[in-house]
Write a protein that binds this ligand. Structure first.
Ligand SMILES: O=C(O)CCC(=O)C(=O)O
Length: 199
């Protein structure tokens, strides 16, 4: 386990081998086949684009989460998403109650700069992020000083925990990569503390 300090109030825990290597291929297949994948559109600067990844969202039915301006209604837990969430909660003492899957089909799929600061997550949310498949670069950039950039490489089977003020002080992104062109599955774990309004 590696602790990475981003600032006095923001740090990361990186656990490179959270999932044993020989378990990863069947886990990826199970997660892919049991997910109800969404291909959403995003609007930026008045133009509409295909979201550059596929997503699926798991949690209890009363929870909804508005992410990238898209309201996500969870499909019920599958055994595997429930077990992974419970395992992380037990080991690291969190209360994650949702799991968002991001499927990056190739190096062209990506995640733009953002932070996870939606009101449903409360103040200073902890975010867990499990990576399976293609290793990809992952960046943090300080909001008040964008020159301060930290780069990690997220290996298959690794778990990253973003702690403290990571979401208020930093943005993060998973850039396009020509040389990291394989498929990658990412699971992000959040505790949604407020049930969103029905509209
Ligand atoms: O795919 C990743 O590692 C990043 C996912 C992410 O930033 C998010 O879901 O908010």
């Amino acid at each position: 386990m590696q602790e990475i300090k981003l600032s006095n109030k923001s740090h990361l825990l990186y656990i490179p081998d959270f999932i044993q290597a020989n378990k990863i291929p069947s886990l990826i297949e199970k997660l892919k086949s049991e997910s109800q994948w969404r291909d959403d559109k995003i609007t930026m600067f008045g133009k509409t684009f295909d979201q550059p990844r596929r997503v699926a969202f798991f949690g209890s039915p009363e929870i909804s989460y508005t992410y990238s301006k898209i309201k996500m209604i969870p499909q019920g837990w599958t055994l595997v998403t429930k077990e992974l969430t419970s395992k992380i909660n037990e080991i690291y003492g969190h209360d994650f109650n949702t799991c968002l899957l991001n499927l990056y089909r190739d190096g062209n799929d990506h995640m733009s700069w953002h932070c996870d600061n939606e009101p449903e997550l409360g103040i200073d949310p902890v975010i867990g992020s499990l990576s399976l498949g293609q290793e990809r670069d992952f960046f943090f950039r300080e909001k008040k000083n964008p020159e301060n950039k930290i780069s990690l490489s997220l290996q298959s089977g690794s778990l990253l925990l973003m702690l403290g003020k990571c979401q208020s002080e930093f943005n993060h992104a998973l850039p396009k990569r020509k040389r990291q062109n394989g498929e990658r599955l990412n699971l992000t774990f959040r505790e949604v503390i407020k049930v969103a309004s029905p509209d």
